[in-house]
Write a protein that binds this ligand. Structure first.
Ligand SMILES: [Zn+2]
Ligand SMILES: [Zn+2]
Length: 293
């Protein structure tokens, strides 16, 4: 029996390069599932071609009625974009169609060196209620594409990932939560692929304190729960965030298909409560609002 406030704050739609599900189908399913709120977080990953921001980056903006172009350079080097205004218009129509559901316009933006400058120039002026900042690239390499663990130990790999994420977060302010902390573990083939907090405690504490200082938060990403029984970030980091007085927290399925919408949301919510949190966070115009769990 559903008694709690349920949201899904990490949803990919046909506006993402790697998803074909319409926003309307998600809304319909969300109502069936009894979700109170959903947030669309389509991908913006600007530097998959590993070039720093500058003259080359400007060429990526293909402007016909303000539309940016989706460009496949090769499997791992994509410039991913969509027409922000067109998507916003569709969200407006869906809001009218589904008054019982709160629909939030978000994006998942890839953290990378220089993206703060690009964001200021090309993205800042568009309306988003929620910005999820996710570290997909580590030194220009996405673990999703394989090979990331080939030439370093697991702990070296996670340390490198955490250091780069911290450096990028220090320079970028225009976001609400950090996505799926611990992401590379999804692609680690070791028997124990987990990121152990004790092996990286200094950089994890620095990162969590930085988020708290800036008034930002973390998302609990449920994508690995089926296989590992843990979350991104792992429970130990969620607890640590709470101990350090972190308050801003969302739950997201990171779904790219309808069947994953809201999946493990209720169990994640119980875990968040067990970690000590009394509120989940909703966002309006990038400002947090706290909803009692
Ligand atoms: Zn992501
Ligand atoms: Zn995602």
């Amino acid at each position: 029996m559903k008694t709690k406030y349920l949201h899904d704050y990490h949803i990919h739609t046909e506006y993402s390069f790697d998803c074909h599900v319409s926003m309307n189908s998600y809304c319909k399913k969300a109502v069936e599932l009894g979700l109170n709120e959903i947030c669309f977080t389509d991908h913006i990953d600007l530097f998959y071609d590993r070039k720093p921001v500058g003259a080359d980056a400007e060429k990526l903006v293909v402007n016909e009625s303000g539309k940016m172009k989706l460009t496949y350079i090769d499997d791992c080097r994509q410039i991913i974009n969509f027409d922000f205004n067109e998507r916003q218009r569709e969200i407006g129509l869906l809001m009218a169609q589904y008054p019982q559901l709160r629909i939030v316009s978000g994006v998942e933006i890839g953290l990378a060196p220089g993206m703060d400058l690009f964001f200021d120039r090309y993205i800042k002026d568009y309306h988003f209620d929620y910005i999820l900042a996710s570290q997909h690239l580590i030194n220009g390499q996405d673990p999703y594409c394989g090979g990331f663990f080939n030439d370093r130990s697991k702990d070296e790999a996670y340390q490198e990932y955490l250091m780069e994420m911290y450096a990028n977060l220090k320079k970028f302010d225009d976001f609400c939560c950090v996505g799926h902390i611990g992401y590379p573990a999804r692609f680690c083939s070791e028997e124990d692929s987990r990121l152990h907090i004790k092996n990286h405690i200094d950089i994890i504490d620095e990162t969590l304190k930085l988020l708290i200082e800036k008034g930002h938060g973390i998302e609990v990403n449920t994508v690995g729960y089926k296989n590992t029984g843990d979350w991104f970030p792992p429970y130990s980091i969620i607890q640590r965030f709470y101990q350090l007085t972190g308050e801003v927290i969302t739950i997201g399925s990171d779904c790219h298909s309808l069947d994953r919408l809201g999946q493990y949301n209720e169990v994640a919510l119980q875990m968040v409560e067990a970690a000590g949190f009394k509120y989940l966070t909703s966002f309006y115009n990038k400002k947090p609002q706290y909803v009692k769990i």
